[in-house]
Design a protein around this ligand. Structure first.
Ligand SMILES: [Zn+2]
Length: 142
């Protein structure tokens, strides 16, 4: 039997060591309830929650996403220093940023080769490397 979305959400919260409050379960269901990875913004998740009839505020969605990140079950991808996307796949992988649509998606990681990185400054170590490949439509020829 395949687990239902609520089970998946509750297990996911358990992995994160987070108490499965009603609001967290509702949001976690929207994030991982189908067992697939996805990228969301606080706004898109808020809209999805509203559509499902969940009584949450945008601030709650935002705080909950932050809590998921701190618990290590969600990865934040920042574009332009201001727009935040949240990814349920927490393994290092490159992203496309679709400039005109303002969305992110996974880029094929087998095509990414990083030959070398700048050395970390004295006393520091590299925590992670974020790769965001920005896409825009090719200009019409002319
Ligand atoms: Zn991703």
């Amino acid at each position: 039997m395949t687990p239902n979305s609520e089970d998946l959400a509750t297990n996911w919260l358990g992995q994160a060591g987070l108490r499965p409050t009603r609001q967290r379960v509702a949001l976690a269901e929207l994030l991982v309830g189908d067992g697939k990875h996805r990228h969301v913004t606080a706004e898109s998740l808020f809209e999805a929650a509203k559509d499902k009839g969940a009584a949450v505020s945008l601030a709650t969605v935002y705080n909950t996403l932050r809590a998921f990140c701190e618990a290590g079950v969600l990865q934040e991808i920042t574009v332009d220093g201001s727009k935040s996307y949240f990814d349920t796949n927490t393994h290092d992988h490159p992203h496309y940023y679709w400039e005109q649509e303002g969305r992110v998606s996974d880029a094929p990681s087998d095509q990414l080769v990083i030959q070398s990185l700048p050395e970390a400054p004295e006393g520091m170590e590299i925590a992670s490397v974020d790769v965001v490949v920005r896409l825009r439509k090719k200009a019409d020829h002319g």
